[in-house]
Design a protein around this ligand. Structure first.
Ligand code: UGA
Ligand code: MN
Length: 254
């Protein structure tokens, strides 16, 4: 395969729906290997069964986020970075398993809740070092994007801290897998300041602005959307039991 997609995922009511949608997208992409990393102490039966039935080439990993780094229900979502140890587990697997002599490899970090245009994967397939493109529906803007002048990235169209070296969302870039082997220590950090996750990772890879390859027609097309799924309510579950004497069947997997 030449595209390796790393996806952190965690158990919640909407997980199987998210993974179903994402897997159906990935099924349309040739030469793709999915590295799905659960934020959990064990590989859960739900995800294990899901992957077995998925018809994808995949690797199933798991690593738990320690309690003190987890968001609580009342925390604002920007307080702590998410998916950090899971992406790092994916990177470690690639460093152990990617063989550069078998051809080129491209690594993309695809969160389980975003929406991906299939053309995005063809844009990233020929990544020399780092490819970049706009991301829709993010940063409380219609989109965020790299600013491109004469084919080069010169800065960032983003409201929030545009002075960051790489002011992009996770969905906005892909890297050549050889970079991981060359920069064997590069990884995501749990200790970044707000909005620093992507920028500090790319910095740890030894990347400079000059290395960035603008894609998606000079960064003018939106091929990925930072969609977020509404939390589903279960408020009628208990009321069902009280009013009708019978609630939902726990044996039915949702
Ligand atoms: C934004 C970015 O798009 C993420 O790439 C970045 O990780 C995140 O901010 C951050 O600040 O850490 P957002 O939509 O707010 O994303 O985050 P989520 O989609 O909730 O989480 C990102 C990924 O981590 C998802 O694939 C999710 O399944 C996973 N995750 C989330 C876990 O593995 N464990 C968790 O406890 C929460
Ligand atoms: Mn998300």
């Amino acid at each position: 395969p030449n595209i390796y997609v790393i996806t952190p995922t965690y158990a919640r009511l909407e997980q199987k729906a998210e993974l179903t949608r994402l897997s159906y997208t990935l099924q349309h992409v040739i030469n793709l290997h999915w590295i799905l990393v659960e934020d959990s102490y064990t590989k859960t039966p739900l995800v294990t069964r899901f992957l077995q039935k998925s018809r994808l080439s995949y690797t199933h990993l798991n690593v738990p986020t320690p309690e003190e780094y987890k968001l609580s229900d009342t925390d604002p979502n920007w307080l702590k970075p998410r998916g950090v140890l899971q992406r790092n587990a994916g990177l470690k697997w690639l460093r152990d398993n990617f063989n550069p002599s078998s051809g080129k490899g491209v690594v993309y970090f695809a969160d389980d809740d975003n929406t991906y245009d299939l053309h995005l994967f063809e844009e990233m397939r020929f990544t020399r070092k780092v490819t970049v493109w706009p991301v829709g529906l993010v940063g409380s803007l219609r989109y965020e994007k790299p600013i491109v002048q004469d084919g080069k990235v010169t800065g960032w169209y983003t409201f929030w801290r545009p002075e960051r070296t790489f002011a992009m969302d996770m969905a906005g870039f892909a890297i050549n897998a050889n970079l991981l082997l060359e920069q064997s220590e590069a990884k995501f950090s749990l200790h970044v300041k707000r909005g620093g996750l992507e920028s500090e990772f790319l910095t740890s890879l030894g990347v400079t602005l000059d290395d960035l390859e603008p894609k998606a027609n000079g960064c003018t097309k939106i091929l990925v959307w930072h969609t977020r799924t509404e939390k589903s309510s279960l408020k009628n579950e208990e009321k069902m039991v009280r009013k009708y004497g019978k609630g939902s069947d726990p044996m039915i997997e949702v």
